[in-house]
Design a binder for this molecule. Sequence first.
Ligand code: MG
Length: 155
Amino acid sequence: MVGFGYDSHRFGGEKPLIIGGILIDSEFKIHAHSDGDALFHALTDALLGAMGDGDIGEHYPDTDPLYQNADSSVFVNKTIEKVRSRNLKIINIDITIVLQSPKLSPYKVAIKNNVAAVCKLDSFQVNIKAKTNEKMGFTGRSEGIAVFCICQIDK
Ligand code: MG
C-alpha cells in the first residue's frame, strides 16, 4: 500500500527550525504547537494514509496538552507501532522538502540518516529531496516550510 502526506508550518514563531529531527541553522523560527517538525508530520500522515487510518490530527490532536512542544518523532514512533501491530513493514519513504532558505544540502544526509534511524530502516530505504520554490508562493517568500512525503508499506 502507498500513503501520501503533506504538512506545512509558518515562520514567525519562536521555535527553532527542526526538519526530520535535525536542528537547522536558520533565521526563521517556527510557529507550532508541537516542535513543528513538518517532515515528521508529513511522514506520520503518509504512514497513516498507507494503512487507511485517517490523519495526524485525529490521532494526535494539537489541542492535546500532551503534545505541546512534543518531539515529533513521538508521532512517527507511535504510528510505526501501528504499522508493526498490523504485521506490516515499511518498504520505502520518499520525501520532498520545500524551503527557500537556508539551503538544505549540508543537512540532507543527516536528515536521511535520522529518519531511517527513527523508522528503524536502512538508509537506502529513505530518500530526501530538498528544493526551493523559485521564490514563488508562501515557501518561496520564506513565510513557511512545506514537506511532501510518500511511503510504501507491505506485508
Ligand atoms: Mg504540522
